[in-house]
Design a protein around this ligand. Structure first.
Ligand code: FAD
Ligand code: UQ1
Length: 420
């Protein structure tokens, strides 16, 4: 059987970043990276693709070109984890063993959890920026939209980039206004949450955006079924604690954008690494597996309380770099992830609210007013972030904005009122 000093599972944002860092530190051939797909996507670009502001091609690169030199790409998927033997099994039956492992399998889109959704995605009007196969369709639908209900949904449970469904909704509003058909549209943002966004600091600014755009925000609604024969979307109403009730609401759609529920990938869900939710059980500071100390997690597949974003991955990688190195030296990992996550909320074709936060509240990088929709933040989203991702994050050079944040605090250290 093949053996690697470090085995990385997943070649997405986190897996490539981790493999890049350690391929530079360890002798050639020490790092193996398991990833089944030939194409790698810059997923944070998908909201722009769905709004006609970026091409799908710009968000897609061949995995082959991204695997760091010195690391070995195993083009397959893990179907079974056997951590008691430091081993994984690939589809087809091959076993691979390791001294250390980084699990970076991301979160899986679960359109299958909404009755009829998979079929509906192949019919007119139904689309999702979350999937590379249906993101261009969203833009086409918006460009052909003539009138009726345009519904944007947010699931009951974990989702990567929790702001993406409302970004899609806001960009669509801008396009429909530009096309002169906005008055024929009734735009609905239907969310399972009890408010527009999970981080209190940005709730008021986003409510204002939705109100100015005349978007009908309906809370505690969970999309459970799509009937394409009637163009009908069924929502389960949730009670104030978020629990399901018997009541449902049916809404007819002309356009339906699905924010899919997300879960841990199957092999992880049924592994000894998973907690009850199916996500990887790690120490939310050190990112070390709570059960197998030679295994660490990175990115969306973990059960850490941070929002699932590429921005979080940058900070995970900083922690991993130090802690996995300590573990390899036989020492106890002590460096702690700060919980950082960010969600650049695109509110129109040229404005962004740059939300940055952890579970305690805002954790912003700049001394500017990030609650206010801004053009500078849009430029960062469109131009800086992709460059930072391709040249920094996945190559293991971008460790997140914590250092920049410290310098910003020198500018306005006390009240951080913002100067713009
Ligand atoms: P991924 O990058 O998804 O990679 C996981 C990899 O694991 C995949 O390549 C997959 O093929 C592989 N894998 C899965 N199962 C197996 C297996 N069994 N064996 C081997 N490999 C496996 N983040 C931001 O910071 N800002 C944004 O504006 C933003 N917008 C977003 C908009 C959308 C529409 C979406 C979908 C995401 C957005 N994100 C954003 C989130 C960001 O893309 C993810 O948080 C980030 O990609 C997570 O990295 P990851 O490595 O954990 O997972
Ligand atoms: C970030 O680091 C990142 O990954 C490269 C993103 O995903 C594309 C982001 O959206 C954001 C906001 C960050 C954070 C970086 C800065 C400079 C605020």
């Amino acid at each position: 059987a093949k053996h690697f000093k470090l085995l990385v599972v997943g070649g997405g944002a986190g897996g490539l970043g981790a493999a890049s860092k350690f391929a530079r530190k360890l002798p050639r051939g020490s790092v193996g990276i398991i990833e089944p797909h030939e194409d790698h996507y810059y997923q944070p670009g998908f909201t722009l693709v769905g709004g006609g502001l970026m091409s799908l091609k710009e968000t897609t690169r061949k995995q082959e070109k991204l695997i760091p030199s010195g690391a070995k790409w195993i083009r397959n998927e893990v179907v079974l984890f056997t951590p008691t033997q430091n081993m994984v099994t690939l589809d087809g039956g091959e076993d691979i063993s390791y001294d250390y492992m980084v699990v970076a399998m991301g979160a899986h889109l679960r359109f299958d959890k909404i009755k009829g959704a998979l079929e509906a995605l192949e019919t007119p009007g139904v689309c999702s920026n979350y999937s590379p196969f249906h993101v261009e369709k969203h833009y086409r639908e918006v460009m052909n939209f003539q009138g009726g209900n345009a519904i944007y949904t947010y699931p009951n449970g974990p989702i990567k980039c929790a702001g993406a469904p409302q970004k899609a909704c806001y960009i669509t509003d801008s396009i429909l206004r530009q096309r002169g058909v906005r008055e024929n549209a009734h735009m609905i943002y239907a969310t399972s949450l009890d408010k527009i966004f999970g981080v209190e600091n940005y709730v008021k600014p986003l409510e204002k955006v939705a109100q100015e755009k005349d978007i009908d925000v309906r809370t505690r609604r969970n999309l459970i079924e799509i009937d394409t024969s009637k163009n009908s979307a069924t929502f389960q109403l949730l009670d104030e604690d978020g629990a399901a009730t018997e009541e449902t609401e049916k809404i007819e759609y002309s356009l339906l954008h699905i924010g899919p529920p997300c879960s841990a990938p199957k092999a992880l869900r049924k592994s000894p690494f998973a907690d009850k939710s199916g996500f990887m059980d790690v120490d939310d500071g050190t990112l070390q597996s709570n059960r197998f100390p030679n295994v660490f997690g990175v990115g969306d597949c973990m059960n850490t309380p941070n929002a699932k974003t590429a921005a979080s991955v940058s900070s995970h990688l900083k922690t991993l770099d130090r802690n996995l190195t300590l573990a390899m030296l036989g020492r106890k990992p002590y460096f702690k992830y700060d919980g950082y996550a960010s969600c650049p909320l695109v509110v129109s074709k040229n404005r962004v609210i740059l939300a940055e936060f952890n579970s305690n509240g805002p954790l912003e990088t700049t001394p500017l007013n990030q609650k206010k929709p801004a053009y500078w933040a849009f430029l960062m989203k469109k131009h800086l972030m992709p460059a930072l991702y391709w040249n920094g994050l996945i190559r293991g050079y971008w460790n997140g904005p914590a250092t920049i944040r410290k310098f910003s605090r020198l500018v306005d250290s006390k009240n951080r009122k913002g100067i713009l």
